[in-house]
Ligand binder design. Structure first.
Ligand code: URA
Length: 246
């Protein structure tokens, strides 16, 4: 495959921008600067770097974002800042989209991919990918919450939630960890509203068997290897251990 075609398909830069970057020596193949767009590469074998960032050769891209507050998860909501603005062009592709949603005021793990089939698997209720949220409540945690959540909360509009697990974070008054296997609109916030409390802060700390990497700063992205994506899909995190880390 031609190097310029590869870069055009795997990044968000225009052909003109890529021509300039090639000419400026900003593209390396296996550690050597390449300035010619027609240079031939094998995407699965050669390591291509643009501006010092590795551009993965694999067909699909999986990006993990540590979402900050103030950004919406949809790609195109007029007048709103989108999480897509936080993905550097070297890590972005044309069909890259967030998988599921985190509210504008929520923080934490958000996966983005151009692999539509995998995105569907993660969101689908029947695939049971667990999502773990660390929450801060406006009022103290009450002992009966865990039992009510385990029985399945009925939201204010009559919608039934699946049974879920929640526990207070030890040593705190009003922090908790909750694990859901579904993702209704504003679900955690609405569950605690139904219990007469209010979620003041919400952070997604793990998805399936994958936890938010402690070295990924707020607002930053990293490319996930396929094995981490499989871990997300096929495993669960240890609730009790996760609770101790909060
Ligand atoms: N539940 C919510 O209420 N908000 C989120 O962002 C995620 C889960």
């Amino acid at each position: 495959m031609r190097l310029d075609q590869f870069l055009s398909a795997r990044t968000m830069y225009t052909r003109k921008e890529l021509r300039q970057m090639l000419a400026q020596g900003k593209v390396k193949v296996d550690g050597q600067v390449v300035t010619k767009g027609d240079y031939k590469i094998v995407p699965e074998q050669n390591r291509v770097c643009l501006n010092g960032t590795h551009v993965p050769g694999n067909r699909y891209l999986y990006v993990l974002l540590h979402k900050p507050k103030g950004y919406v998860s949809s790609a195109d909501e007029p007048g709103q800042r989108s999480v897509m603005e936080l993905v550097p062009p070297e890590m972005c592709r044309k069909d890259l989209r967030p998988v599921g949603r985190l509210d504008k005021d929520s923080t934490g793990m958000l996966l983005l991919t151009d692999d539509g089939q995998l995105a569907h698997q993660i969101i689908a209720v029947r695939s049971h990918v667990a999502k773990y949220y660390h929450i801060v409540l406006a009022r103290p945690w009450e002992a009966h919450y865990a039992e009510k959540i385990a029985a399945g909360i009925v939201l204010a509009d009559g919608v039934h939630c699946q049974p879920a697990r929640a526990e207070k974070v030890p040593g705190t008054e009003n922090e908790a960890l909750i694990c859901l296997h579904e993702g209704k609109y504003h679900q955690v916030r609405r569950m605690f509203a139904a219990l007469g409390n209010h979620v003041a802060e919400l952070a997604r700390v793990a998805m399936g068997g994958m936890e938010l990497p402690p070295d990924l700063p707020l607002g930053r992205c990293k490319i996930l290897p396929e094995k981490d994506v499989q871990k997300m899909l096929k495993c669960e995190s240890d609730f009790a251990r996760l609770l101790q880390t909060l």
